[in-house]
Design a protein around this ligand. Structure first.
Ligand code: CA
Length: 233
């Protein structure tokens, strides 16, 4: 059963959506503000998020931005009729689709089915065509989303996994921060590329430091390159 999170502060709309989605057989969680919504959406059980943009505590755009740092869960935005700029910003931030209020429930249900199916296919394709990647004592299995060092499994977040996967698949290539943002985070990020540095640091903390290896080299004035080396202890 797919789990859908509804982030909507207008109680009547939220309630209506909840009933319709339950009727369709979905498991539903509701959040009335952006902060709670982000927490709910980040739960690993979440399969899709319906996200209103005008929200208390944290705007829908901000929820979208933060969610995309960690997760590729499909997001369908709900927008007011004239909010063209919000709509564009939301799509730029990685939302998959949007519905303009007021909307016909049948259309939303159809879009939910499409988004869920597309996401499932992407997952399957990502795993099916690739075998396990190895570098020294490090291995990454795209099919099972698992990473191990000397056979000991490592706990990575979804984004850390995606970044490591991408780096290992492009081992020996110098990759710019912009390229990593675009291919791993999935959007053109204007300006701030700090998020890449932050995630590289997380990976180094989880792999390089405890196991005394070097996996990711900093290429000055360019970005990063995956190159596995044992460090002399
Ligand atoms: Ca609202």
């Amino acid at each position: 059963m797919s789990r859908i999170v509804i982030v909507e502060d207008e109680k009547k709309i939220a309630r209506f959506l909840e009933l319709e989605l339950r009727h369709e057989g979905y498991e539903v969680a509701c959040a009335g503000d952006g902060r709670t919504g982000l927490e709910e959406a980040l739960s690993p059980e979440t399969d899709l998020v319906i996200l209103d943009l005008m929200l208390p505590e944290m705007s829908g755009i901000e929820v979208c931005r933060r969610l995309r740092r960690e997760s590729d869960v499909p997001i369908i935005m709900l927008t007011a009729k004239d909010d063209v700029s919000d709509k564009v910003m939301g799509l730029d931030m990685g939302a998959d689709d949007y519905m303009t209020k007021p909307f016909a429930i049948e259309e939303l249900l159809a879009r939910i089915r499409v988004a869920l199916k597309k996401h499932r296919n992407q997952r399957e394709n990502a795993g099916a065509h690739e075998g396990v990647l190895h570098a020294g004592r490090l291995s990454l299995d795209p099919a099972s989303y698992s990473v191990a060092f000397d056979g000991e499994s490592l706990q990575l977040t979804k984004k850390e996994f995606d970044l490591l996967h991408y780096l290992m698949a492009h081992a020996g290539e110098a990759l710019t921060r912009e390229k990593l943002l675009q291919d791993v985070w999935g959007y053109d990020f204007v300006g701030d590329t700090n998020v890449v540095d932050v995630y590289i640091r997380y990976l180094r903390l989880k792999i390089d430091e405890p196991f005394h290896v070097r996996t990711i080299r900093t290429i000055r004035a360019v970005g990063y390159m995956f190159q596995y080396e044992e460090k002399d202890s």
